[in-house]
Design a protein around this ligand. Structure first.
Ligand SMILES: Cc1ncc(COP(=O)(O)O)c(C=O)c1O
Length: 412
């Protein structure tokens, strides 16, 4: 098991007090905190190596290029990608999905074609497909979410029929915590020749994810949810697919040759990285990957499963709390959404903030899922490797107290 107390030493922010209470940071599904190692990598880059990459022939530029491309190799190894050229740096998961909708979707989809999503997708894996559907006359279809927050797998074979040309779904729900049987869905889709995009924004930071094992065609995720800086996203895709895709953004660096009336494209992966990239943050993202690997992804998953199991068990004992998503920690991650009686999640968030506990309240960029659950919003606590069982207890105690305060106020 990992030593969360020791890990916390690397995160000075976790020593902060908020509203005169020790900070309990449970908003990790939104963004994670950053260890000193990542902050140091950022400072080192700007202090010692700063230069633009790929073009210069001076020492600093060569160093920066080597550091940046080294992180591409590290990222490829982290997700089991066979080659670093299958890894493209973007700004975030959202941009990675937009890249696919533009560069793959605009080229390959025709009027009447269908894209299969799920009812639990984050807006960033829904809105890009809606816009593409409007432009190209496509139809969107959805795998339903059933009562315990899992996908209706019985519906999948039927939904893959017709003119389905792409499946795009999340590996782990940011609201329900559900870990979807994506490998199984990919096998079913591939049997019909349909490629699959996996939104790994919540899964890649919290569990081992291997693109060869999954056999996904695309995988998108964000650095900032996995101890790295904001402003760095990853798109992995199979080589043959990337080769035939058109560029996304265009300009410097993504070209091989340019004439006044036309241009030719650079090799992979640079064809998809126009302009000066986020060099410093990519390099610091490398330090985040080193940190996660040093702890071990199976260990992180086991630690969070334990925190989630304990939290779910304790929440179950509190009358008036509704928890959304599967109750079995084996099929879910550490994002736990709930509502307390008629207390608005924003009010609940405020009460918890007074106690130094940071959670999220709102629709979590999943408005269609909120409608399906019959709520306008939920409160969400989400764990990471540095959270402790004591913090889970503090959360449950604060919720009990919030319930009491609310019952007194509503009786008045
Ligand atoms: C499942 C899921 N997909 C996509 C995203 C979007 O990530 P980003 O804002 O880094 O683009 C999020 C962010 O919360 C998410 O939880």
């Amino acid at each position: 098991m990992l030593d969360a107390k020791k890990i916390r030493e690397d995160f000075p922010i976790l020593k902060r007090r908020v509203n005169d209470k020790p900070l309990v940071y449970l908003d990790n599904a939104a963004t994670s905190q950053k260890p000193l190692q990542v902050v140091q990598a950022l400072a080192d880059y700007y202090t010692l190596h700063n230069a633009n990459i790929h073009r210069g022939i001076h020492a600093l530029s060569e160093e920066s290029t080597a550091l940046y491309e080294g992180v591409r190799e590290k990222t490829a190894r982290f997700i089991g990608a066979p080659k670093p050229t299958m890894v493209i740096f973007t700004r975030n998961t959202t941009e990675s999905i937009n890249l696919v909708s533009h560069s793959w979707g605009l080229k390959h989809l025709r009027q009447g074609d269908e894209i299969l999503l799920t009812e639990m997708e984050h807006h960033s894996n829904l809105v890009p497909w809606q816009i593409l559907a409007q432009r190209k006359g496509l139809r969107l279809k959805f795998i339903p979410v059933v009562t315990d927050g899992r996908l209706d797998m019985g519906a999948v074979p039927g939904l893959l029929e017709g003119r389905t040309k792409l499946v795009s779904l999340t590996l782990m729900s940011n609201v329900l915590g559900t870990i979807n049987p994506v490998k199984e869905i990919i096998q079913m889709a591939h049997a019909k020749g349909i490629p699959v995009l996996v939104d790994g924004a919540q899964a890649v930071p919290h569990m081992p994810v291997n693109v060869v094992d999954l056999n996904c065609d695309f995988l998108a995720f964000s650095s900032h949810k996995m101890l790295g800086p904001t402003g760095v996203g990853v798109l992995y895709a199979k080589e043959a697919i990337l080769e035939e895709m058109d560029p996304f953004l265009s300009g410097g660096d993504m070209i091989k040759d340019v004439w006044l009336d036309h241009s030719t494209w650079n090799d992979l992966p640079w064809k998809f990285e126009a302009g000066t990239p986020n060099i410093a943050d990519v390099i610091a993202f490398g330090a985040a990957i080193d940190y996660l690997k040093g702890i071990g992804m199976p260990e992180i998953r086991a630690h969070e499963a334990e925190l989630t199991r304990t939290t779910l068990e304790k929440l179950r004992q509190v009358e008036g709390i509704t928890v959304y998503g599967p109750m079995d920690p084996a099929v879910r991650g550490g994002a736990v959404s709930f509502n307390v009686q008629d207390l608005h999640p924003h009010d609940l968030g405020q009460i918890l903030d007074d106690a130094g506990i940071a959670i999220r309240a709102g629709h979590h960029c999943c408005k269609p899922l909120m409608r399906k659950l019959g709520v306008v919003a939920t409160a969400r606590a989400s764990f990471y490797l540095y959270n402790t069982l004591e913090e889970a207890d503090l959360l449950v105690a604060a919720l009990r107290k919030a319930k009491e305060i609310f019952s007194v106020v509503s009786r008045r």
